[in-house]
Write a protein that binds this ligand. Structure first.
Ligand SMILES: [Zn+2]
Length: 373
């Protein structure tokens, strides 16, 4: 429980989303300064760097870019901070997925420079928050850094998101699906959010989390089917906003709970490493609802939604063998290795988590069996 009644809300200064907005990047960075230092995701570096060079060459701004080496770790942060210093950058731009974005946040924060984030997929809610997850060079989780400021601008080009692999978009829906249920758990237990040192949640945070969930149910399947054919519709735009802005503001301002706790536990099983963050979180949502003994209609809605859009609802779909040893390993990590599950409004033990995972897996199998008939 939080100790004081002070409530707080944090967010990026601006959020802009629409087709072709990437081409306006110079217009936006210009308001922060003339010298731009862009960190670009390795896979997209050649194409996007070429586009940006052409844009900046015909402007009065100076443009420098570096290719992200793939891990958000201290040596990479040091390398990029030195580069930004060498160019006397006025503004940092992070272009790519979660790790690229998190690294750009640390570089901007350590140099106290304005930060523009350009996500290249709608796969996580990392873009808007004032947090980075840092790893070792070999990819082991080291911890979370909370920055003083959120990004100054989050710029989402719908055309870029639409071209990203569909699986990333679906995984983003899995991550966004947790936001409302984790907000609700945090409200019930009156736990601290992720703003600054941690405060009570504002009503605004709760409303945003609920809106995120409503959009997924309304537009999730429509958006997935449209994107399967490579077209952008209003439903696609809505889900991009839900995955990026609403999920991001929602989790930062209301907190995470069992769904993300289960995600952390699942990562203990090596076979799950090939699955994306939001895919593991989606199964975590079902486990959380089982722990909370949610009404059957709510569980059914969530499981059916996951099945419709292509998110996992069973352990087998995450390549986890449902052995006692595996599930004990996951439950141990969830309870002892991570604080998130303890935001639930009741006492959590390893047995509670162990039993919930098995029951969630069985529910997933039950609905899959019904669908198959
Ligand atoms: Zn997440």
């Amino acid at each position: 429980m939080v100790e004081a009644t002070t409530r707080a809300f944090g967010s990026p200064s601006k959020y802009i989303q629409g087709p072709g907005e990437f081409n306006n990047l110079e217009v936006y960075t210009k308001s922060f300064g003339k010298i731009v230092f862009a960190l670009i995701d390795g896979f997209l570096y050649d194409a996007l760097n070429k586009d940006l060079r052409a844009i900046y060459d015909s402007s009065e701004s100076d443009y420098h870019a570096e290719k992200f080496q793939g891990e958000c770790c201290q040596p990479e942060v040091d390398r990029l901070t030195a580069k930004a210093n060498e160019y006397s950058a006025d503004v940092i731009v992070g272009i790519g997925g979660g790790k690229t974005i998190d690294t750009a946040k640390i570089v901007a924060s350590s140099l106290n420079l304005p930060l523009v984030i350009v996500p290249t997929s709608a796969s996580t809610d990392a873009p808007t928050s004032a947090m980075s997850v840092i790893y070792t060079e070999s990819g082991e989780h080291r911890g979370t850094i909370r920055h003083k400021r959120n990004p100054d601008l989050v710029l989402v080009d719908t055309n870029i998101i639409t071209k990203a692999p569909l699986r990333l978009f679906i995984s983003g829906m899995g991550d966004a699906l947790a936001t409302y249920f984790e907000a609700r758990a945090n409200e019930a237990s009156d736990s601290a959010n992720f703003v600054g040192k941690g405060y009570r949640r504002c009503k605004a945070g709760m409303a945003i989390a609920k809106m995120c969930y409503d959009i997924l149910l309304q537009d999730g399947l429509k958006a997935k089917l449209a994107l399967k054919r490579g077209v952008c519709t209003e439903a696609v735009e809505n889900v991009i906003e839900a995955n990026t802005l609403l999920s991001g503001l929602g989790f930062e301002n209301t907190g995470c709970a069992a769904a993300h706790g289960i995600h952390a536990g699942l990562t203990e099983i090596a076979a799950t490493h090939k699955y994306l963050h939001g895919e593991k979180v989606a199964f975590g949502v079902i486990c959380q609802l089982v722990m909370e003994n949610a009404p059957p209609e709510e569980l059914e809605t969530i499981i059916r939604f996951c099945m419709q859009v292509g998110l996992p609802t069973t352990l087998a779909q995450l390549d986890v063998e449902a052995t006692e040893e595996n599930i004990r390993t996951i439950a141990h990590k969830v309870v002892a290795g991570n604080p998130l599950v303890h935001a639930e409004p009741f006492k959590i033990t390893e047995d509670v988590v162990y039993n919930a995972i098995i029951a969630a897996d069985e529910l997933g199998k039950y609905y899959q069996g019904r669908e198959a008939k």
